[in-house]
Ligand binder design. Structure first.
Ligand code: HEM
Length: 71
């Protein structure tokens, strides 16, 4: 899990999240980046990204959101 997360967050698998907080929009769908939209995204994933709602709990999702916004 930890390794997968790092791979994804650095863009080895996913699109790379650097600057997503500053940019303010998702690359994939142009949605606005908010705590709420990030939470929904991380919980549910999409056709290319696995959902995390059964993998990490609410508090961990909050931590991940806070971290993603610093990238
Ligand atoms: C908790 C860990 C993860 C977080 C916080 C996360 C976050 C995100 C976010 C915010 C996006 C949208 C980026 C954008 O549109 O600019 C994204 C896209 C994506 N992620 Fe992740 N991700 C995680 C784990 C993973 C893992 C483990 C994989 C693959 C095994 C993955 C694969 C992808 C892919 C392929 C996309 C692009 C989806 C598309 O083009 O439709 N992610 N991720």
């Amino acid at each position: 899990m930890q390794e997968k997360l790092i791979a994804c967050l650095t863009g080895k698998i996913g699109p790379g999240l650097k600057g997503i907080g500053k940019r303010g929009t998702f690359t994939v769908n142009n949605n606005k980046v908010t705590d709420e939209s990030l939470k929904t995204w991380i919980e549910n994933g999409d056709s290319l990204m696995p959902p995390f709602k059964d993998v990490i709990d609410d508090n961990q999702i909050k931590d991940v959101i806070a971290y993603v916004k610093t990238l």
